[in-house]
Unconditional design. Structure first.
Length: 148
């Protein structure tokens, strides 16, 4: 203590170091807490009931359908498929869905949206082919969503 009385700057540095060490320890505890919560959330989502999963799929499909219908009603005769798909990607990201391009619910939602927009005939077939990137499986999912 004698050294600190003779040199207040040294005392200030010592206190600052103690404060920073405490702050760092506190931040690490928060980080650990956040990490364990994240792990807990992840494991609970993996083991969630099928009904909650299907409910979230249904909500996602409905949002994609609404977006598709609104997009088609508001766009010009020449659809910008890249802009449309970016919008779908934004919805999927908002819902926490990764790999939406390979998600069956995405294309079923698009099919529902085409139905809501009352798209029929060759126009429907053209949209179906273009939105699915000519992928037969994705085109089938769009058809199923349309017929649903």
């Amino acid at each position: 203590m004698q050294n600190f009385r003779q040199n207040p700057a040294r005392f200030f540095r010592y206190c600052s170091l103690l404060f920073l060490a405490g702050l760092f320890a506190g931040l690490q505890a928060c980080s650990f807490s956040d990490s364990s919560k994240s792990i807990s959330d992840s494991s609970s989502s993996v083991f969630s009931s099928p009904s909650s999963s299907s409910e979230s799929d249904k909500a996602y499909k409905n949002e994609v359908a609404d977006y598709t219908a609104a997009y088609l009603k508001s766009s010009s005769d020449v659809a910008n498929y890249n802009a449309f798909l970016k919008g779908i990607g934004d919805i999927a990201a908002e819902k926490g869905i990764s790999h939406w391009e390979d998600n069956q619910a995405t294309y079923e939602g698009i099919g529902r949206g085409l139905q809501k927009a009352k798209v029929t005939g060759i126009t429907f077939e053209t949209y179906k082919k273009n939105f699915a990137g000519s992928n037969a499986e994705k085109m089938q999912y769009i058809q199923e969503g349309y017929d649903d």
